[in-house]
Design a protein around this ligand. Sequence first.
Ligand code: ZN
Length: 498
Amino acid sequence: MNLSLQITISTLTLLAPILILLLVTSSVGAQTKSQANPQARNSTQPEHSSQTQALARRPQIVRIIAEIDARNIERTIRKLVSFGTRNTLSPQDDSNRGIGAARDWLYSLFLKAAEKSAGRMTVEKQGFEQSKAARVPAPTMVTNIVATLKGTQPESENRIYIVSGHYDSMCTIPTDAKCDAPGADDDASGTAAVLEIARVMAKYKFDATIVFMAVAGEEQGLLGSTYFAEQAKQRALDIDAMFTNDIIGNTLGGNGVRDRRTVRVFSEGVPSNEKPEEANVRRGVGGENDSASRQLARFIRETGERYVPGMKVMMVYRRDRYLRGGDHIPFLERGFPAVRFTEPNEDYHHQHQNVRTESGIKFGDLPEFVDFAYTANVARINAANLAALALAPAAPKDVAIVTARLTNDTDLRWGANKEPDLAGYEIVWRDTTSPLWTKSHWVGKVTSYTLKGMSKDNYFFGVRAVDRDGNKSPVSFPRPTGRTAPSDRSAAPTRPLP
Ligand SMILES: [Zn+2]
């Protein structure tokens, strides 16, 4: 019998903190708990996960936020613009002009960032030959710059979070490789944010692995990101989140609205790779607003607004802007949770336009239209989230609502996390019409829990994992299962009960 003593300080008792000694069994942790009143106090809560400390900020993340510097972002954007064009079809062997010069410069800067990582960050050029395609008239080399900051917890090092921007650009005609295509906003802004985040985060340690990526071929048809996502799928990489930052620099929209405080985060509700049988289950239980990408968007909003005061994360319930796309889509199509960050109001005079002046209107994606301080704030929101994700345990796996009995209770169960610093789990719930999780309840280190008298008809439920420092995973949304055996997760009912 493996017994250990754990000292927990009750954080809810403000007047007279009580030291409680708890006997905790540290075997597999598969006890079952149930509680009539989920709002009641529970003294097994870890120090930082109570409602009263829900807004606690981790010092490491606060330092990262503070070190992100808008001046570096401005320098990178101006440098990328100085290559004249970064069209994917432009010269690859000219050291001054074209995408090859941009590629080599970015590679050298990511290598420089890696110097501060004590060997944890490695940088590679991931190149491949793209065959002829709609916007590729002849076979062309496409090269992604990929910087990988290895996680330091053995149980988490294979869990991967990706942040990406595309360093290629275009003017009016996508295959015109000669015209000037400054691409300051689209997407030197996203690339500069990723480089700055990598520079700052390289010297810090995280449990899980973070990949900082500048991809090419976006304007030619999401080529670089598609290649990366396909390789990841074939290698069965455990990518738990992918952020693309694309067009994150302009704060004066074509609609005349100036907004320096909002970033849009696009997330899809129904997974792009949903199978017909999964759609059938979803129709039976709901969940069109509860994909892993949507849970990620909720996490990003909460974490971003906590760490970057004054910034608002506007969740948009769409995969991307209306009929448009970005580098997160190839990831979504392969089952990886992914979202897109974009400025709140775009100005189409400054995207995909030859640089020119017509009737007094300046066209072209020039640095003078980029708000570098704003881009830095979007970078901070990214960094806070990457750090929060990579410090936290994985989102619980195999989360299910057991439907073996018709009842007004809700029986939840999930697979045990493997991180050694895991403290336990929280059940979260919300009204079915609420965009955000509104309630949470600490249940400890268990793998099942019954919410007495709380009907699964009336709420959406989820489960998240919490470590001993109070770092919380994104929420996992349960699937229904008619069985009680933990291994039997495919047993979802496909026909509604009468
Ligand atoms: Zn773009």
